[in-house]
Write a protein that binds this ligand. Structure first.
Ligand code: CUK
Ligand code: CUA
Length: 642
């Protein structure tokens, strides 16, 4: 039981409450109370889903791509994890994606998705994702569903409050979950000197509007609180970010008694437009620090990794009017902004209340200096001065809120295992439905944008228990689909998911389907070892390296008899897929190589490296069924004594 809960990124304090709320944690008998018309999730054979659901995989480091309303899984996109299936992270071209300032790190904990936006609406270009452990950000290209870029985040110790995005994708943010001595401080300090030595930091990562490439525009150094989650303002609040922060006590051990000693933690409001002005005025200091920036190039079909050496840091004590704090009930988790940008919904997960702050009131409170003192030099806005009101009797353990664009909000309740629908205008609860069990995030298609699509809502639950055929102690994860088109929310489908989904976004299928048929033209292939026709296939020796320029086309690999390789040689199989039909990959594997396979998309070149460590004959073959003569796509490598 505790294993399941520890897995969720909810702090330990909530454990006690959950354990008491789920007596003995016995599975509830399956309820049909909220069940709606299951045919609404039915997508007939051969028909397309209405939405793509881009779902974080949590500890599997991947993104799952599902169809809504069917719940069918289409793709696993490896982001922060190697994929022996595609060769991502194993091929010579993609290994560099896992480079960091401290070496090769082929795993991370991926919690959140942010789809790119233009004018507050999805634009279908990129999906951003955070690496929670080794602080990193990734960008996935939605025309290929492949990871295009990974950026390491310096001055961070866990990139949880990330990658939330502004309404024109100007920035994604990356704020540190753990406060630590930052990179330019001496890190070798007693842990109990947290209060003096531990700091936080927020990175504003600029997104190139044409290429999507990320670069850290500036960082803001902050007091040593723990940043949990964030949302950008939109519409009237565009120019601001809102972060939930816990551990305002700055305790170095987060037993409940310490971390939640105070009644209130904070929402931090960050005026990033103002911060930009300070940057323009030359306020920031360049701090020497090392971090990796890895980019996959679609011309050379290869990733390159660059180690960057400095970052611009703003000190808030020299930049007034950028940071403000708003008190928020115990250990706020989610902080979400409604489609108009006026309401900021925070959730104190150890509380049974959902405070709704008003952007207009926050602005007025700042103008009137309606402050309740300072916290590390940052003005604390009076709770009542910022508050529109609290949702009346919402339930227990509020976490995350999404919106339907019709004036309603939907908040996940981890402890009471339900979703509560409430009205943004009068904060009255309108409906509630159970989830099975203990929901974390929820997702409404377009829910975090200015124009939600409504219609469906997906719950990503933290505890599976009795919902599916058990598969040993490791159960599948449990997502649930609700129809929210009417007044009452109705459960219409359970579907299993992989990894541990946290956040997800959904986007209308029509925005992406036509973009998928991208063809990498063979004549534009700029890979240094591309064989652009069978006539260019060859075997070339350079010292103890053997480079095989190989081509794959239905239905042969060329060359298919390779001799002259000696024991101890490094053999590079550079396989170019000559196909120009967009959906015909070939695969490549060789007997006994201590590597993976590679999958090569049409027009691309990928390289599998193998040190010849045994004398003999080694068959190789195409691993991906490609035609009636797929089985005939094979050949032999001969390794002779040195
Ligand atoms: S978190 Cu997992 S349930 Cu990491 Cu966004 Cu809230
Ligand atoms: Cu090529 Cu199978």
């Amino acid at each position: 039981m505790s294993r399941y809960l520890n897995r969720a990124c909810l702090s330990v304090g909530v454990l006690a409450i959950v354990l008491s709320a789920l007596p003995g944690c016995k599975p509830k008998t399956t309820s049909t109370a909220a069940t709606g018309d299951a045919t609404k999730s039915y997508v007939a054979p051969g028909k397309y889903d209405e939405f793509y659901n881009v779902v974080s995989g949590g500890f599997n480091g991947q993104i799952g791509v599902y169809g809504i309303p069917s719940g069918r899984l289409f793709r696993i996109v490896p982001v922060f994890s190697q994929s022996p299936e595609s060769g991502y992270g194993f091929s010579e071209e993609t290994k560099a994606m896992f480079n960091t300032s401290h070496g090769f790190v082929p795993w991370d904990d991926l919690h959140h998705i942010a789809l790119s936006q233009t004018k507050g609406e999805h634009d279908g270009r990129w999906a951003f994702a955070n690496g929670n452990n080794t602080p990193r950000l990734a960008r996935v290209d939605l025309t290929t569903f492949r990871t295009a870029e990974i950026l390491e985040i310096p001055n961070s110790a866990g990139n949880h409050a990330s990658p939330f995005i502004t309404e024109n994708s100007e920035y994604v943010v990356a704020a540190t979950r753990f406060s630590v001595p930052l990179d330019d401080q001496n890190g070798d300090v007693p842990i109990n000197t947290y209060k003096q030595n531990f700091k936080g930091s927020i990175s504003f990562v600029a997104v190139d509007p044409t290429t999507g490439q990320m670069n850290i525009a500036f960082q803001i150094r902050t007091p040593g609180v723990n940043f949990d989650l964030s949302r950008a303002g939109k519409g009237k609040s565009h120019g601001w970010f809102f972060f939930s922060c816990y551990n305002s006590e700055k305790a170095n051990t987060l037993l409940e008694v310490n971390a939640s000693a105070k009644d209130k933690d904070f929402v931090m409001a960050v005026n990033w437009k103002k911060a930009e002005e300070y940057v323009k005025a030359g306020k920031g200091k360049k701090q020497p620090v090392k971090y990796a920036h890895n980019v996959y190039n679609e011309g050379t079909h290869s990733a390159t990794s660059t180690i960057l050496n400095e970052v611009l840091v703003l000190d808030p004590s020299e930049c007034p009017d950028v940071l403000y704090l708003i008190p928020c009930p115990k250990s706020p988790h989610g902080t979400d902004v409604d489609p108009t940008g006026e309401y900021i919904v925070a959730s104190g997960k150890l509380a049974a209340s959902i405070p709704v702050f008003s952007f207009d009131k926050i602005q007025k409170a700042i103008a009137d200096k309606a402050f309740d003192g300072e916290y590390d030099g940052i003005p604390v806005i009076k709770y009542e001065a910022a508050l529109k009101g609290e949702v009346v009797k919402p339930g227990l353990g509020p976490l995350h809120t999404e919106f339907d664009g019709k004036g309603n909000a939907y908040t996940s309740m981890f402890v009471s295992s339900e979703i509560v629908k409430w009205s943004l205008s009068d904060l009255q609860v309108l409906d509630r439905v159970p989830t099975y069990y203990s929901i974390g995030h929820l997702s409404v298609p377009g829910g975090p944008t200015a124009k939600p699509h409504g219609k469906y809502m997906i719950a990503y639950n933290k505890i599976t228990k009795d919902r599916y055929l058990p598969t040993g102690p490791e159960l599948t994860q449990s997502a649930q689909l609700y129809d929210i088109s009417g007044e009452k929310m109705k459960l219409i489908l359970d579907f299993p998911t992989t990894g541990e989904p946290h956040y997800a976004e959904a986007i209308p299928a029509s925005m992406l389907t036509d973009k998928q048929k991208k063809i990498f033209k063979i004549e534009e292939n700029a890979h240094p070892y591309a064989a652009k026709g069978e006539g260019q296939a060859k075997v070339e020796r350079k010292g103890n390296e053997v480079h095989v320029w190989m081509t794959a086309i239905r239905s042969h690999l060329t060359p298919d008899n390779i001799e002259g390789v000696k024991l101890g040689d490094d053999v590079y199989f550079h396989v170019t897929n000559l196909e120009q039909d967009w959906d015909v990959p070939h695969g490549f594997a060789i007997k006994g190589a201590n590597n993976a396979e590679i999958l090569i998309m049409p027009g691309e070149t990928q390289t599998l490296k193998w040190k010849a460590d045994r004398v003999g004959i080694f068959p190789f073959y195409c691993t991906d069924f490609c035609s009636a003569l797929h089985q005939e796509m094979q050949g032999y490598l001969r390794i002779s004594p040195a």
